[in-house]
Design a protein around this ligand. Structure first.
Ligand code: TXA
Ligand code: MG
Length: 331
């Protein structure tokens, strides 16, 4: 039996709420990845996120809220589509981009006139947000361009003593960042694929959803290289795995094969990172396995690209970015 996830004591939630109100940062579990949380109405606290992450100032943050009503505190306009999506998918791994109210600190939006909002489906995050009754800005709790954390231990490894508190909510159940949908234009667009697919959103709204961000959209999740371990990552189709692994072994490299099935041929310089059988398992394990590749000190990760739409799309997106091969939007 799996051990029960650790749960912060009520006193730790109190401490987290106090720290946030004082303008300090807290490591926060969500169902997708751990966040680096700050009071979204406190520009100095939000600036501290950018400093700690070494994140460029023009890369906007997601504001996390605990109730659907709070949408109106952040967005000038909450279109019916946003309410329908919120009622269907919240709390959950869906972020909506809406026109921002003029009083939203522009340090949160990276200077944009839109704001990204999400209600996370983690009991600890929800309890904290509802206790605060305020929006919490939280990017993934990793240094800029590094792999996102999916356990409290990952967050501590990333930031050590620089963070006064990391709430431990156990391993993230989804494992990759939320789907981002832009509702600020007539045409709905997915800015970042995630566990909730474009098809689910289109079905829910009975509207077309574009998979391509508009040309010139600014979002760090759209950079070619992101979510990267130190090892080189090469993404290949299942049938090409044995050949690519053999190629790197011949060159004298230490290789990790990240795939559903074990390598055909064992080799002393080859480790298997068991990607998982189902797409859900593959999402949940991906970032932990990329971190493990770094701990093992391999030179190259040969990663199997899953086939299909929906979650497979999101997984391919993260794997290709880890490899520095993320596709640049052309639309
Ligand atoms: O699952 C998640 O969304 C996690 C957890 C902690 O909630 N958070 C997360 O945050 O992934 P971050 O900062 O790593 O990614 C935020 C993404 C970026 O790609 C950013 O560009 C986009 O959200 N974003 C934020 N505000 C935006 C806006 N106004 N317009 C377009 N994209 C925006
Ligand atoms: Mg991130």
């Amino acid at each position: 039996m799996e051990p029960l996830p650790p749960h912060p004591l009520p006193s730790e939630l109190d401490t987290a709420a106090t720290l946030l109100m004082q303008g300090r940062l807290v490591g926060l579990p969500t169902e997708t990845v751990y966040g680096l949380a700050a009071d979204a109405r406190n520009p100095d606290a939000v600036r501290a996120i950018f400093a700690l992450k070494q994140r460029p100032a023009d890369h906007p943050l997601i504001v996390h809220i605990g109730t659907v009503d709070e949408l109106r505190e952040w967005a000038t306009e909450v279109p019916p589509a946003a309410l329908t999506l919120a009622r269907t998918f919240w709390p959950g791994p869906l972020t909506m981009v809406l026109p921002a109210r003029p009083d939203v600190p522009r340090v949160v939006t990276g200077g944009l006139d839109t704001v990204a909002l999400r209600m996370p489906a983690h009991p600890v995050a929800l309890a904290l947000l509802r206790r605060l009754g305020r929006g919490v800005a939280a990017p993934s709790a990793n240094r800029h361009l590094r792999v996102s954390p999916t356990t409290a231990a990952h967050v501590r490894e990333e930031f050590g003593d620089a963070l006064p508190l990391v709430l431990d909510g156990g391993p993230c159940t989804v494992g990759i960042e939320s789907t981002i949908v832009d509702l600020s234009h007539d045409r709905l667009r997915i800015l970042r694929p995630g566990a909730i697919s474009a098809a689910q959103i289109a079905d829910c709204l009975q509207r077309e959803v574009s998979l391509q961000p508009a040309a010139g959209t600014r979002a760090p999740g759209l950079m070619k290289r992101h979510y990267s371990p130190r090892a080189q990552v090469e993404c290949v189709a299942t049938h090409a795995l044995p050949e690519r692994v053999a190629h790197h072994l011949m060159a004298g490299l230490r290789v990790a094969q990240l795939s559903a099935a074990a390598p055909a041929q064992p080799h002393p310089a080859l480790v298997w990172l068991a990607a998982g059988e189902t797409l859900d398992a593959r999402m949940q394990r991906l970032y932990g396995l990329l971190r493990e590749a770094d701990i093992l000190g391999v030179d190259v990760v040969v990663a199997e690209l899953p086939e299909g739409d929906g979650p497979a799309d999101a997984l391919r997106d993260r794997l290709l970015r880890a490899a520095g091969q993320g596709s640049v939007p052309t639309d």
